[in-house]
Ligand binder design. Sequence first.
Ligand code: NAP
Ligand code: ZN
Length: 348
Amino acid sequence: MRVPAYAAPGARAPLAPFAVDRRDPGPTDVQLEILFCGVCHSDVHQARDEWGSAKFPMVPGHEIVGRVTRVGQGVTRFKVGDLAGVGCMVDSCGRCEPCRRGTEQYCTQGAAFTYNSTEMDRTTPTYGGYSTQVVVRESFALRIPAGMDPAGAAPLLCAGITTYSPLRKWNVQPGQRVGIVGLGGLGHMGVKLAKSMGAEVTLFSTSASKQADARRLGASHFVNTKDPEALKAHAGSFDFLLDTVSAAHDVQGFLSLLRPGSVMVLVGAPPEPMKVGAMALIWGNKALAGSLIGGIPETQEMLDHCGKHGIVSDIEVISMQKINEAYERMLRSDVKYRFVIDLASLKT
Ligand code: NAP
Ligand code: ZN
C-alpha cells in the first residue's frame, strides 16, 4: 500500500512530502498505524549525509509508536488495537552469535535498520517513521507498558535504549557517581535512567540555561562546561561517564574526571574524529568505549523499567510540516528535550 511520508530528497535539500510503499503484512508481520515518531539527532546526521552512506530519498524516523491495525496469521504477541513500538531495527539474520544473544544491532550480516538501510534481502530499501504506516516482523516490535503516554514513549525506542544499555552493561550501581555529558534527547534520558538506577547524577552542559531542568530531571549537580575551571573541581571523582554530545568536542578533558579503573562511554556520534592522548587513559587505567542502541530483549527490558519507574521522555509535539524547523532548533540545542511528530498531521 502507498502511504504518505516526508523524505529528504538529498543531503542539501529540506525534507518534503513523499510517498512510500509498505508491504502487505506477511505471516509473522504486524502493521502499525504510526501515531508518534521522535526526532533523533541521528536523523539530522543521516538526512544531511554527515556520516557518509546516505541513500536518497530518505524517510528518517526510528522512534515509532503506533497502533496495531493488522497482524499476520502466525503473529502471537500482538493483536489488533495494541500499542506497539519500533526502534532502530526492523530485522537481522537471527542466526549469528550477536543475534542469538539478543544483540541484533551487532548482527554480523548487518542488521536491517529502520531507515537508510535495506531489508535482509539487501535490495528493498527501508523507510522510517516519518510516515503514517509501517509493517515490521513481530519479533522487532516492542510492547508499550500499559498506561504509558504513547507520545512520551516514542523517544524511549532510541534515546531511551541507547542510554539504558551502557548504564546496564557497565553495571552502574546505587550511590555511584555518574556524569552525563550533554542535555539533549539522549542526555535527558540518561539523567532520568541513571537516577532511576540509584546513581548520583551530574550533568555536564554547554547551556547554562538548562541548570534548573537538569535538577528537575534528576541530576544532583550541574557543571557548565564553558567554564574551563569547572571541570577541575571534579577531577578523579566519577565512576562512569556517558557522553551524548552530537558535535566534536574535548573528550579527553572528561577522562580526567574518571576514578582509576573506570569507564567513559561515547554514544554521541560526531562525524569528525576526536583527539584522545594515550596518557589520558594510561594514567589511571581508564577505558573509553562506545555503544550502539541496544538489542530487542534489552529494549523491552528498558520499556518495562520505564513503565515501573514512571519514566517517559520530556517532549515537544510538532506537526510533520515543522520538521525542517525542528532540525534547525535541534542544531541550536533548543529542544526540551525531544521533538515528537504527531503523525495525525500527515493524515489530514
Ligand atoms: P541532541 O538532542 O541534539 O543533543 C545533543 C546535545 O549535545 C545538545 O543538546 C547539547 O547539550 C550538546 N552539544 C551539541 N553541540 C555541542 C558542542 N558543539 N559542544 C558540546 N556540546 C554540544 O541530540 P541527540 O538526539 O541526543 O543525539 C546525540 C548524539 O547521539 C548524536 O550524535 C546522535 O547521532 C547520537 N546517537 C547515537 C546513538 C547510538 O546508538 N550510539 C543512538 C542515537 C543517537 P548541552 O546544551 O547540554 O550542551
Ligand atoms: Zn536515534
